[in-house]
Design a protein around this ligand. Structure first.
Ligand SMILES: [Zn+2]
Length: 382
């Protein structure tokens, strides 16, 4: 104190008997302390060992440390030594439990915070996308972010032979449909197992189509492809008998896969949301770089190219690629679809080649490979 505050020094003359106040008593005390050390140490050890033992239960690490100190000081004093030893053992065991709990707690906190980080990231991503709904690109990005595009294509281990096709092609197609429902229901997204009912194959006569919900709704909710069509209102796949007659089993299987892709789109409302988002966009922000009709037409193109891409991916995983009919399907994929009134929706040769390359060269196929909502308008129109 005095060294740090020299101002006090003049108040205590060096010769004053009280200055420095403790010197006189300290010397004898120090000597006493030295002579009393063994006794004091033993008494301390007894006290510390008892406190250490109690704390071994309540605050194990501190109890352990105190018990170790007590053990060191308790030379010769058996009682203190015994208690200290007990404190060390109990404190040690309890400390291990204590340490384990701390680690477990830290892990929970860490995992919890990383989960929170993920939640925050996904929320901020959503917010960023939502902010962008004044542009067509922002609306497309919202569709492109759907879970649908993270689904992994399942392997379709359900080989059905050409002979079975020849015997009963309706049964053959229905078997493939069961295979699709089972494979997608267990391997893709848990939502798939919950959402039903599965699409139905109807090898259609013209009367079947007339009776469908889509026909009654003036066909506004149907996606008509060359050999088949998908009716969203009925969640129904139609296969056209007269066109199937002219095609190989594998070509017809490819069409089934294409229509099934529309069913998968329906499970997540991909096309419905795309159309709704575009509708809201043009009602709130009419001044876009292309007209609403053009935007809707491009959305249909994205939907058909996604279905074509998904169909090729399913075909690759169906075990049919190596059949004679299967090789032709893969080889002919890059040719543009010419016999369809809306053939532009199915892509040019270069667009189809790009899809074929990415599907056939991918070792792991997810719907992201077929995420045509990430493509620019010009990429769709090449
Ligand atoms: Zn289609």
């Amino acid at each position: 104190m005095e060294d740090k505050n020299p101002g006090f020094a003049p108040q205590h003359p060096p010769n004053s008997p009280d200055y420095p106040p403790n010197y006189g008593d300290n010397k004898p005390n120090n000597q006493n302390n030295q002579s009393e050390k063994p006794q004091n140490s033993t008494a301390d050890a007894a006290t510390i060992s008892i406190v250490g033992l109690v704390l071994a239960f309540l605050l194990p690490p501190i109890g352990l440390i105190l018990s170790i100190i007590a053990l060191k000081r308790s030379q010769g004093a058996n009682e203190a030594k015994g208690i200290a030893t007990a404190g060390v053992v109990i404190g040690g065991i309890f400390s291990l439990f204590f340490l384990g709990s701390v680690i477990a707690f830290a892990e929970i906190v860490t995992k919890g915070s990383s989960w929170l980080d993920e939640l925050n990231t996904s929320l901020s991503t959503t917010t960023t996308t939502t902010k962008d709904t004044s542009t067509l690109a922002g609306v497309q990005a919202m569709v492109a972010d759907k879970d649908y595009f993270s689904w992994e294509f399942p392997r379709l281990n359900c080989a059905m032979t050409d002979e079975e096709y020849a015997a009963d092609r309706t049964k053959w197609l229905n078997n493939w449909l069961d295979c699709l429902n089972n494979s997608w229901g267990t391997t893709a997204n848990q939502d798939l197992a919950k959402i039903g009912p599965p699409a139905l194959v109807v090898v259609a006569t013209s009367q079947d189509i007339v009776n469908s919900q889509c026909s009654r709704n003036n066909n506004t909710d149907a996606s008509a492809d060359v050999t088949g069509s998908f009716c969203r209102a009925d969640d129904t796949i139609f296969m056209y008998s007269s066109i199937m007659d002219k095609r190989s089993p594998q070509e017809n299987l490819f069409t089934l896969f294409h229509e099934y892709a529309h069913h998968l789109q329906l499970l997540q409302g991909v096309n419905i949301d795309s159309n709704i988002f575009i509708g809201f966009l043009y009602s709130d922000y009419p001044n876009q770089r292309i007209s609403e009709d053009e935007a809707l037409e491009l959305s249909k193109t994205r939907s058909e190219l996604n279905a074509e891409c998904a169909a090729l991916a399913m075909f690759k995983l169906s075990g049919q690629v190596d059949t004679a009919g299967g090789e032709a399907v893969v080889r002919n994929f890059a040719k543009p679809i010419s016999d369809h009134p809306d053939s532009a929706r199915y892509g040019s040769a270069s667009v189809r080649q790009r899809i074929s390359d990415s599907v056939m060269n991918s070792s792991r196929l997810t719907m992201q490979t077929c995420n045509t909502w990430k493509w620019s308008d010009s990429e769709l129109r090449v």
